[in-house]
Design a protein around this ligand. Structure first.
Ligand code: ADP
Ligand code: ADP
Ligand code: ZN
Length: 213
């Protein structure tokens, strides 16, 4: 089963793709995570991506398409979830071509629809485990034991540098201008399901499970 999770920054893509990975054994391919790892490791890719990410812009299509081609080849036999890719129409077109070449197909393209005001609240309260990356929120998803990661027991957490208010505004602009056009692209192919991303985390998970299982 191959799934794309679409939606603006803060829509819940990371949260729901963790669930899909854990529940169905799919490989999670999160391009934002891959880029942050490259920046932290100081690789050539990281050097190219760093300033663009800090400014809330999009890394070039050529770079992103190259990354995802490799990642899809090494995904589990059960399939993959794309979180954060495609983010432009050229990326979506390139994805179609490479899936064809690889003899693979998309089973679901799921759009999580969330209002911009709610996104700002979600992003400003977002933090994650510094060790395993599990995602949390100051109000909507606190660890079960305060200060301790549910998934791995670690006690240090991080906040993304690009989750500050000025950068969030830029990222939302980039989403509306460059990413939202891929929604009609998938709609025209009859592949798109739009879910209410404003619901509680558990309710969104239930809606996704009902769709894919
Ligand atoms: P994305 O990957 O789309 O940017 P995340 O999954 O990281 O979004 O979610 C952004 C923040 O909002 C996180 O702190 C997460 O815990 C929280 N969150 C995710 N889904 C919901 C939801 N349905 N309701 C409230 N908060 C949510
Ligand atoms: P969010 O969880 O807020 O949706 P991501 O973690 O997916 O954000 O992405 C963080 C940043 O990484 C983006 O703002 C962008 O600079 C870069 N990025 C991630 N995926 C892509 C992509 N497919 N194309 C271009 N840039 C990307
Ligand atoms: Zn952890």
């Amino acid at each position: 089963m191959n799934i794309i999770l679409l939606g603006p920054p803060g829509a819940g893509k990371g949260t729901q793709s963790d669930h899909l990975r854990d529940a169905y054994g799919l490989t999670k391919l999160a391009t934002g995570d891959m880029l942050r790892e490259a920046v932290a490791a100081g690789t050539e890719l990281g050097k190219k991506a760093k300033d663009i990410m800090a400014a809330g812009g999009l890394v070039s299509d050529d770079i992103m398409i190259g990354i995802i081609r490799e990642a899809i080849r090494s995904a589990s036999k059960s399939g993959f979830i794309l979180d954060g890719f495609p983010r432009t129409v050229p990326q979506a077109e390139a994805l179609d071509a490479m899936l064809k070449e690889e003899g693979k197909a998309l089973n679901h393209v799921i759009e999580l629809k969330v209002d911009d005001e709610a996104l700002v609240a979600r992003i400003s309260g977002r933090f994650s485990c510094a060790k395993c990356g599990a995602g949390y929120h100051d109000h909507f998803k606190q660890p079960k034991v305060a200060g301790v990661c549910d998934a791995c027991g670690h006690t240090e957490f991080t906040r993304r540098a690009d989750d500050k208010a000025e950068t969030v505004a830029k990222r939302l602009e980039a989403y509306h201008a460059q990413t939202a056009p891929i929604i009609p692209y998938y709609k025209a192919k009859g592949a798109l399901t739009t879910l209410d991303g404003m619901a509680d985390i558990g309710q969104v998970t239930q809606a996704i499970d009902a769709l894919v299982s």
